[in-house]
Design a protein around this ligand. Structure first.
Ligand SMILES: Nc1ncnc2c1ncn2[C@@H]1O[C@H](COP(=O)(O)OP(=O)(O)OP(=O)(O)O)[C@@H](O)[C@H]1O
Length: 270
């Protein structure tokens, strides 16, 4: 008996402003683990994640979580379950803890949302070398690497079903990168990376090698292929997951908030 994947995207397409296709026919499947997305700069990797998260509209295609579409979940719930962590954290007012509290306040009046659906982001980031006092620092005084780890820890603390990670370790040194990879490797992620060695390390659920324009002619699902030069897909691009079972991150209700401010970590609290 075939089981439906946790997350599925079919035929995703986004047009450029001039009406030509930036990318088209992108398919993804993720049951469990890390699915990497690579491709040249400008091919649309970030845009793909934003389309999946429903931050921007897609021109073609559909996405499902547990076989339900974003409309069926409701957009706030979708964004809290399929959570996007941008490449660069926008500088916000206040401190990271202010942001966390604000998000919780937004979520507090939501039906079914209880305080205990959150993990403690401070604790998560402690494993990554982020001292607790940094959570009381203004965002604009944090280093790029600190900001990056704090943003990811906040996203993890909401216990999303799937994390959409846009180069999440780009500002980190090797040791910090290892620590973050260890944690995120336990979760369900669609992970954009430019680094083939990193793709080799983290990709447990396939690889998508994005191409400009039509991505439909890339053959069967990618396998993790490793050779002496590092890692690459099998020349075929669909990142179907190979894992089994479900995430250890599944939560009862991760609808952490009611506004878009809390589904994208860098969004400014209103
Ligand atoms: N909402 C949008 N609608 C259409 N095109 C967009 C939208 N947002 C960004 N773009 C364009 O999509 C193109 C791809 O940008 P994107 O950031 O997705 O690429 P990328 O593959 O992630 O690049 P990099 O690897 O350099 O981060 C850019 O030319 C950008 O201007």
């Amino acid at each position: 008996m075939t089981t439906s994947p946790l997350f599925r995207a079919k035929g995703i397409g986004k047009k450029n402003e001039d009406g030509t296709w930036l990318f088209r026919n992108v398919d993804l499947e993720l049951q469990q683990g890390v699915l990497t997305v690579s491709g040249p700069s400008g091919v649309g990797k970030s845009t793909l994640l934003k389309c999946i998260n429903q931050t921007i509209s897609m021109d073609e295609g559909q996405v499902w979580l547990d076989e339900k579409t974003p409309d069926q979940w409701g957009i706030p719930a979708w964004r809290s379950k399929v959570m996007y962590v941008p490449q660069r954290t926008a500088i916000m007012e206040g401190t990271p803890l202010d942001f966390v509290e604000e998000v919780k306040r937004f979520g507090a009046h939501r039906k079914n949302l209880k305080e205990n659906v959150f993990d403690d982001p401070v604790q998560i980031a402690l494993d990554w070398g982020i001292r607790p006092d940094l959570w009381h620092s203004k965002w604009n005084t944090l280093s790029g690497g600190e900001m990056q780890r704090i943003s990811i820890a906040i996203a993890c603390s909401f216990r999303p079903e799937v994390l959409l990670l846009d180069e999440p370790t780009s500002a980190l040194d090797e040791s910090s990168c290892d620590q973050v990879e260890q944690t995120l490797g336990q979760l369900n992620c669609v992970w954009v990376t430019h680094n083939p060695q990193q793709a080799k390390r983290i990709s447990t659920a396939g690889q998508l090698d994005m191409h400009a324009g039509d991505n439909s002619q890339q053959g069967s699902p990618s396998e993790v292929v490793v050779d002496e030069d590092g890692v690459h897909g099998n020349g075929k691009g669909h990142g179907h997951g190979h894992g089994h079972g479900r995430s250890n991150t599944k939560s009862s209700d991760t609808s952490a908030s009611t506004s878009s401010s809390s589904q994208t970590v860098n969004a400014k609290p209103k």
